[in-house]
Design a protein around this ligand. Sequence first.
Ligand SMILES: *Cc1c(COP(=O)(O)O)cnc(C)c1O
Length: 656
Amino acid sequence: MKYIINDVRPNDNINEKEYFGFPIDPVLEAEQKLASDRTASVAYFSMEYGLAPSVYHTFKGKDPVDPRNIINSHEVFSNLQTMDSYHYLQVHKLLDMPIYSGGLGVLAGDTLKSCADLGISLVGIGILWSRGYFKQKFWFLGGGQFPEELAWDPNSYPGLVPTDKMVKVDLGKESVILKIWKYFVYSYDLKKVIPLILLDSNIPENKEYFRQLTGRLYRSDNAWWKAVQRMILGIGGIKALDALGYKIDLYHLNEGHAAFAFLERAEGLPKDELKKLEDRFAYTCHTPVEAGHDRFAMKDLKELLSDGKMKLLKELAAEGKRKETANLTLLCMAAAGHANAVAQKHGEVTRIQFPEFKEKIKSITNGVHTYTWLSDPVGALLKKYKKEIGDWENDPTLLANVAKLKADADFRKDLWQAHNENKSSLQEMLPYWMMKGEVFTMAWARRIANYKRPSLALQDPERLLHMARTIGPIQIIFAGKAHPADDLGMTHMDEMLKKIASMEGDRKYIRLIFLENYDTYFGKVLSNCVDVWLNNPLPPFEASGTSGMKAILNGVVQLSTLDGWVVEAADKGIGKIFGYVPPEGHIGTENDLRMAEDSEKLYQDLEELAKQYYKTVYDRDFNNSPWIDMMINCIATSAYFSTHRMVREYQEKIWS
Ligand SMILES: *Cc1c(COP(=O)(O)O)cnc(C)c1O
């Protein structure tokens, strides 16, 4: 049998016509462009990718999928504890390739998808995490989370194929061999693709210990481990591009994890060549938290990196009085000719943190991939009104035209109907927990991190109860994982589960649900199917945030603090904005989360929203409902927060 795709061994799922049920021509075309000198191509490096194939462009393979790649159920922790112990939330879905932990990965996945839609010649580089991030289980008795090993099978994962290429990365006296896999990200119309290459150390050529290097994402046991994972991505990534024969014009580092890629390319170059190389590197910074920047002791890296790389590192990344620390953010800022933050506000914060690179740091606000995160009912509605909106399926930024439909009585009624269809699918997903369609429903779902203040809405259960009794019942759904080494995150988790359990007696008025094992599948269902999306990070620590963008696309009203992307949408009538705002030019610390004052403000706005919602439900006067106005504003605003707009900005401001 012959190779159809370069370097990919013959496979039952690949033939002259098809790649796992999708047309193969776009794959061959993309490979050709990447190998050609005539096309300008970008290599995009990211530690994680959230591709959500369970909800978008699911490949069809001929072989049975290993049961470890299928999810059948999730545990539920609610204030209906008798249900929790007898029932699971039943699903039957493909496990979303577990090579991401949160928003950074989802953004990388969405970026590849929009690049495919826009026909850009780009290749993604990442790591095949053989043990994923981790699996979250509840500790029902004590309330809390414990991590479980996650197992999946790359060999039977639809769309993922091994190549016959390997590369070697030197780690001081030793070295690790990396196998290269390929996955292809298709455009909306299946006419174009972006290849994603994934590096894997879990092969018999490596000793047992090294096979675990690409095991768990963000394993943080020690500095050696962290440094080696970053070397695999950066140095291994460059070597893989060369081994596959891709001709790359621009290297884009999504966050500082891949910083060593620059050292690999730059080592041994004369000064003038080095300057030219800088122009071919771009860096996107996602972290407004000082502690979030990767730092290593120079003496530790000396054990791992060649003398040539150490020399460059000392010139570009040295920090502290005695220059004993290497800061990878500094390395990226100094080495990359182009740098950007991920929202306007985040740009301001980053320029304060890195004044010496102030001129270089641009702001390109994040987005989400419209077609992935759009629900079926709202999608069908927008298709029905295509004449008024324009060909948004070709260009999602046309969704801004939804604003023109504000006075259209049919559209308003249809939108309410579509939203209620979404809500019924949420009810169907949780049959035993007796969710009600016409009950005011809010969700908070994201990584459990301290600055995101996951437990803010649960600060005062009495207050919530009073609200539910006087205005109308309320359902709140939570989901999120705390990194097992994040003690503060685990504390929030404990507090939330304990508060939820403590409200068992109030279940008639308030239904509180925490869903186990938040993933991109839930990321879609929850952001699509509730009335209000809650986003309450402590400003200015949310660089951008993207889950709210998924929600507005589906007409889900926002209740948010003034941070990240929301700053740019706060005057668009998409919901209520509340809480602490830091003084101009001031960053502050995460030590004081302002829980008491901000939860009070949250409750005030939540009451207002609940009143408006219930008025729409009872009056059914859709033409005069401010709630429906907000829903329409949300969809119109989502036009801007699309990765299509974002990728076009990258093209104009950086890649070209
Ligand atoms: C969208 C998404 C995120 C990002 O959420 P933020 O609100 O930006 O933190 C994280 N995890 C999953 C699974 C998602 O789908």
